[in-house]
Design a protein around this ligand. Structure first.
Ligand SMILES: Cc1ncc(COP(=O)(O)O)c(C=O)c1O
Length: 434
């Protein structure tokens, strides 16, 4: 039985029994969520612009997802796929091969977390190519396990004093259009970054030693950085030319977030592997690697899997979430939500010199906070103050970015126009009061 306590009592117990290393953006105690709103145990309402860091694209407690979980729980909670198969794993594996780009034969394995999916993509890529090097990018984020910490780029708080990391992990340059040199046109910058990417394979690691390049089509934790399409397509071509497997890490960009099932669609790329998690299962822990059959099938029986990997509750929730995204046109809705946040952000940019840039792909929207637009000096303190004040005024909002100065929006895609307007008005008041 859950004891009844006040928020202050829960906070005190939390601080005693849970380490501070597990961060909390908002220290109130969530009681229930519906759609784009959360309520705490005191009855306070929050408009959710964080979506559990991009996990709740179909909204909190979507009735179809809840029904699917309940039905699955009544049938069987966990036979363990390695012990006895079940239909929801098999059906989801099939549907994910249909959702991901490319007409080639594909297979899927299901896992628990995003980091675990990324690790498995690397594991399979190494096995297939018989090569060891793994290339990720500046400002990348791929998780908190040893391998994925090594693949991640931001040192504090993700890596500092947690090493040593796995070997043969390298970081290639990734464009940051907002911070390109002032005297470079967009076109020159794109060409320059492509040259830098090529040069990296001369100075740092040989293409023929490289098993895979793992790329976020839009960087998430790195600050919602949208790279030029030409660069992404070049990376794909380079991989193809050198027999390197190209992995799109769509853990944050996937499942409707950018206005398409996968952000890869915007860049017109066909990755060899896609990693998925977060909104895959409407909030239930689940992740996936979907890849070329000939590559995925390289590992022998028993080499892949895990006790809870592909839990039936997650599979049932994911199958329901896929239907919800389709039936409620959430990909289209993402674009509408993104446009409205962008419009508001642009109005703020006219008013405040410290709004450096508003950028987005679909409903993955960022506002980069700087001291002023001329120097572009990152203002981490102001971004943190915005997130804190927004939380205090009933809006869940997060920051991101290498410099911690990006306010990021990941609202559930079922957010209504009224909720969106109300939430943005509250953020406008926060901006006014700074
Ligand atoms: C692009 C990307 N990859 C991997 C991960 C790691 O996922 P998890 O926290 O589920 O391990 C994240 C989490 O934010 C992510 O955004």
């Amino acid at each position: 039985m859950m004891p009844k306590r006040t928020t202050a009592e829960w906070q005190e117990i939390r601080d005693q029994y849970i380490p501070q290393g597990v961060g909390n953006g908002n220290r109130n105690i969530a009681k229930y969520g519906r759609g784009a709103e959360l309520y705490d145990i005191e009855g306070e309402r929050y408009i959710d612009f964080a979506g559990a860091i991009g996990t709740i694209n179909v909204g909190h407690a979507h009735p179809e997802v809840v029904k699917a979980i309940q039905e699955q729980a009544e049938n069987v909670i966990h036979p363990g796929f390695n012990v006895m198969m079940y239909d929801s794993y098999i059906e989801l594996a099939k549907q994910l091969t249909e959702i991901t780009p490319g007409e080639h034969a594909k297979q899927t394995i299901l896992l628990n977390s995003g980091a675990e999916a990324v690790e498995n993509a690397v594991k399979i890529a190494r096995k297939y190519t018989k090569r060891q090097a793994v290339v990720t990018f500046d400002r990348a984020f791929h998780g908190r396990t040893n391998m994925t910490m090594g693949m991640t780029s931001k040192v504090k708080p993700y890596k500092f004093e947690f090493g040593p990391f796995a070997g043969e992990l390298y970081k290639a340059p990734y464009p940051y259009p907002y911070r390109k040199p002032d005297d470079m046109s967009d076109e020159t910058y794109e060409a320059f970054m492509i040259e830098e990417f090529e040069r990296f394979f001369l100075t740092t690691v040989a293409p023929e030693s490289t098993a895979c390049v793992v790329m976020e089509p839009v960087q998430g934790e790195g600050g919602f950085i949208v790279p030029p399409k030409r660069f992404v397509k070049y990376v794909e071509e380079f991989c193809k030319k050198h027999g390197i497997l190209f992995v799109a890490d769509e853990i944050q960009t996937g499942f409707g977030r950018t206005g398409a099932f996968l952000a890869s669609e915007h860049f017109e790329i066909t990755p060899d592997f896609v990693t998925l998690s977060k909104s895959l299962a409407g909030g239930v822990p689940l992740s996936a690697v979907v890849g070329r059959s000939e590559v995925m099938n390289e590992a022998s029986p028993g080499e892949l899997g895990g006790t809870y990997a592909g839990s039936p509750l997650g599979c049932a929730a994911a199958l329901a979430a896929i239907d919800v995204i389709r039936n409620e046109n959430l990909n289209e809705r993402a674009e509408v939500i993104g446009e409205q946040i962008e419009a508001k952000g642009k109005a703020w940019a006219e008013k405040y010199e410290w709004v450096g840039e508003v950028r987005r792909l679909g409903a993955m929207v960022a506002i980069e906070i700087v001291e002023d637009r001329k120097t572009k000096t990152p203002d981490k303190m102001k971004a943190a103050a915005i997130a804190k004040a927004a939380n205090a005024s009933g809006v869940l909002l997060l920051t991101a970015g290498l410099y911690g100065n990006v306010v990021r929006f990941l609202p559930p895609l079922v957010m209504t126009d009224e909720q969106l307007e109300e939430g943005l008005e509250k953020i406008a008041s926060v901006f006014d009061d700074l």
